[in-house]
Design a protein. Structure first.
Length: 324
């Protein structure tokens, strides 16, 4: 009886530890949900507005904003009775922007494509059920789509989101979709009927298209690629006016330059590993894109497509939101 009691006691302690860890994860997740509500350093939000934006009870938001203010992540403005992003959050984001050398090189590549096609070309990274523009470029005559650095786009209704979810391991993508069904059922209804076709098309062609999902006036094409820096799939994507570029024209005229862009950006990401903060990168030549006289199915492109569907262990991408 003594051994059995000891064993049961240990099991109870273990279960309690797991429950405690789960509580901590939930609190941290909710804190980040609050911080995500602040789009830009100038945004001012009260607890009620934050509660509405992130779908949390006002009492929970009140406790979180109080704690985040004590940590310096938020600042309370007594006159407005609102909060804004605090110095600690700004400092943290600034330290993470030290990779601007790499991002500047990526922006040049995006601009190369933007000068060929009248749309908005973006380099995006996943954030739960959204993607965030890290860089973008736009043709001078581009119409209809005006995203900018830091803009968030829905995963379920964009070509970038469909490409990202198609690139994930099947079990990881299914887990993400299951969570989306619980927390964002409308988005899941858009994504689920298309995910298998997207996976197949990505395996066969290396890119994904989405027409009229985000807006009936916008068609998009996107290519996922693996990022060693971010340890997740990132996406290069373009949005164009549907009146000018129907789905047939996307495949015929847009796929090639976007696949070439993904090869160039992928080379930058691979080459930047360990050099992200090095001055040597300033003198490093831009990797050459696939020559226009060659077919799209070059070795480099095949490697990209293999990377998009390369089997990865489940730990490579978190089942919750696709991030490592």
């Amino acid at each position: 009886m003594g051994r059995r009691s000891e064993r049961l006691s240990k099991q109870g302690m273990f279960a309690s530890d797991l429950a405690g860890e789960g509580d901590v994860i939930q609190v941290v997740s909710r804190a980040f949900d609050v911080l995500r509500c602040f789009e830009g350093h100038e945004a001012r939000l009260g607890n009620l507005e934050i509660s509405s934006r992130c779908g949390l009870p006002r009492s929970t938001v009140s406790r979180l904003t109080h704690t985040l203010t004590r940590m310096g992540q938020l600042v309370y403005l007594p006159r407005d009775q609102k909060y804004r992003i605090g110095p600690s959050a700004v400092a943290m984001s600034t330290s993470m922007m030290r990779g601007l050398q790499l991002r500047n090189l990526i922006r040049l590549r995006l601009q190369d494509v933007a000068e060929q096609l009248p749309g908005t070309v973006g380099f995006v990274i996943p954030d739960r059920f959204h993607l965030v523009y890290l860089e973008f470029a736009r043709a001078a005559n581009a119409l209809g789509l005006h995203e900018s650095t830091g803009s968030r786009i829905a995963m379920a209704s964009t070509a970038a989101g469909h490409a990202y979810t198609a690139a994930l391991d099947t079990d990881v993508g299914d887990a993400l979709l299951a969570e989306m069904e619980r927390e964002n059922p409308q988005g899941a209804r858009l994504l689920r009927p298309r995910i298998e076709d997207n996976r197949r098309f990505l395996r066969e062609h290396g890119y994904v298209v989405a027409c009229g999902l985000w807006s009936p006036h916008i068609n998009g094409l996107a290519v996922p690629l693996w990022s060693p820096q971010y340890q997740t799939f990132v996406v290069v994507t373009i949005g164009l006016l549907s009146a000018m570029y129907d789905e047939k024209r996307l495949h015929k005229e847009v796929a090639r330059p976007m696949l070439e862009l993904s090869v160039a950006v992928g080379s930058l990401l691979e080459g930047a590993d360990g050099e992200l903060f090095s001055n040597r990168m300033q003198n490093k030549p831009l990797p050459a894109a696939v020559h226009k006289n060659k077919a799209i199915k070059t070795e480099e492109t095949d490697e990209l497509e293999a990377g998009a569907r390369r089997p990865r262990p489940a730990r490579s991408v978190r089942a919750r939101d696709g991030r490592r």
